[in-house]
Design a protein around this ligand. Sequence first.
Ligand code: HEC
Length: 150
Amino acid sequence: MNRREIRKKRLLTRRRQKGLGILLIGTLIVSLAGYQIWRNIPQVETLPGPDNLDLGMRVYIDTCASCHGTQGEGHLAIAEAPALNGNEHSWHHPDGQIQRVIQNGGQKMPPFGDQLTDAEITATIRYIQTWWSADQLASQQSRSLQDPIR
Ligand code: HEC
């Protein structure tokens, strides 16, 4: 190999190393950006968890049990208040519909939208869901995909 060839070879190796470096930095940037985006996607909170169950139980006992019963058996202070446990059809309603009933009330049920925070309403729904069988919950959850809590 003469000098010219050696210089050419070195130049090529340097270029290749530079290219590899850029590729590595690029991959790093794309991964970091992807991670940031993934972190910022709101995690859909679906099933009962220990924290919100505790909150949900407190809200339910304070706000709902007088009509719907401590075990969701229904028909207490207002006879028309349906059971919220698995015995009647509360579990047929998707999450979004239950949220709207709690916020806006019904013909006889008072609205609670001004009184309860979004987190309290969600927690209360999660608490009610603990009374449903696994099959009832699964079918209600699949219907909630079309009408989730908003
Ligand atoms: C003053 C009595 C009363 C209180 C308090 C009350 N509800 Fe109701 N609720 C009713 C009545 C009555 C209905 C039936 C619809 C109507 O006539 O308004 C109902 C309907 C519902 C339904 C629809 C169930 C179905 O099967 O269609 C849900 C869910 C519900 N209530 C949840 C709640 C929750 C959660 C709370 C507490 C935040 C609550 N309710 C507080 C009286 C009450």
